[in-house]
Write a protein that binds this ligand. Structure first.
Ligand SMILES: [Cu+2]
Length: 124
């Protein structure tokens, strides 16, 4: 019969604490990895003739991906031509850019110029 005597209880507690610490470290490591590889998801959905969110704040160097959820084709075009424009995006098609220098970047859909959005790039 494996009854826990006080010493075993202490050992079990130590093991549990060690395991918990290791788990936390593993989790922290994973978080760090996500940050350094720039895999943070900056997604803008195009739905019902609007960009969602309409204003997105990202860090310089991060990627930004638009995805068209409408049946209509849409584009992503920088007002000041500060980044490459997308092709006409079909349903579920994506367009990705990498955020450059800090600043405010406005864009619109050239098919429906009333559709506008803003990217705010801050220092990484
Ligand atoms: Cu459009």
């Amino acid at each position: 019969m494996n009854t826990l005597n006080p010493r075993n209880k202490k050992m079990a507690l130590l093991c549990a604490i060690t395991f918990l610490n290791l788990s936390i470290f593993a989790f922290a490591g994973e978080m760090k990895e996500v940050d350094t590889t720039g895999n943070k998801q900056n997604r803008i959905e195009i739905k019902d003739f609007a960009f969602n969110p309409q204003t997105l704040t990202v860090k310089s160097g991060e990627k930004i991906t638009w995805i068209n959820r409408d049946e209509e084709p849409h584009t992503v075009v920088s007002v000041e031509k500060q980044f490459k424009k997308s092709t006409a995006l079909d349903t579920d098609q994506e367009f990705t850019i990498t955020a450059g220098a800090p600043g405010t970047y406005t864009y619109f859909c050239s098919v429906h110029p009333k559709m506008t959005g803003t990217i705010v790039v801050v220092k990484s």
